[in-house]
Design a protein around this ligand. Structure first.
Ligand code: PNS
Length: 162
């Protein structure tokens, strides 16, 4: 067992935005290793723009410069996944009060399921507080410019898809 602090940053990341990227990079101030992990459930697949494999691939490209960030995916309960990979910290972004209720409920439920897990909430840079993956998808699908909201590997795939 090592003392290295490993955290999971779970999410749908469909696709990863600059807001997600900002949270992931900021978290390296207090964790040694971050695993950005795409959560998926077989019944959700048809509602998604990008497959799990595409999302993982894009995120790997975005963080290619950062050896302390790994990218993975998981199904099932977040707490089971954290236990399996040996992570006791989960990072989540909080953009606005509207995120709070859902996040608070999930955090308390996860604590019921595994009391050793700590959820850490981070605020992104101010310019990303309005940003969401669903708005980015909508803007891209309607031909809008999303270059200021996502990194180049994500932008390329969104433009190819539009
Ligand atoms: O980016 P999202 O969609 O807001 O992320 C939500 C996510 C993936 C963190 C959440 O749905 C989750 O943890 N899913 C895994 C299944 C699980 O553990 N559900 C119980 C949560 S209390």
């Amino acid at each position: 067992m090592t003392d290295a602090k490993v955290a999971i940053y779970p999410g749908s990341f469909d696709p990863l935005t600059l807001g997600h990227e900002d949270i992931a990079r900021r978290s390296l101030k207090f964790v040694d290793r971050l695993i950005v992990s795409v959560a998926h459930h077989p019944t959700q697949l048809k509602d998604r723009m990008f497959s799990v494999e595409e999302r993982v691939e894009m995120i790997r490209e975005v963080f290619a410069d950062e050896p302390r960030i790994d990218v993975a995916d998981f199904t099932g309960l977040l707490v089971d996944y954290c236990r399996k990979v040996g992570a006791r910290i989960v990072v989540r972004g909080l953009r606005a009060v509207s995120d709070f209720e859902y996040e608070f409920q999930m955090a308390l439920m996860n604590r019921e399921l595994w009391p050793d897990l700590e959820m850490v909430f981070m605020t992104p840079a101010g310019e990303f507080t309005f940003l969401s993956a669903s708005l980015v998808r909508e803007i891209a699908s309607l031909g809008g410019d999303i270059s200021q909201f996502v990194s180049a590997p994500v932008r390329r795939r969104l433009e190819a898809r539009a």
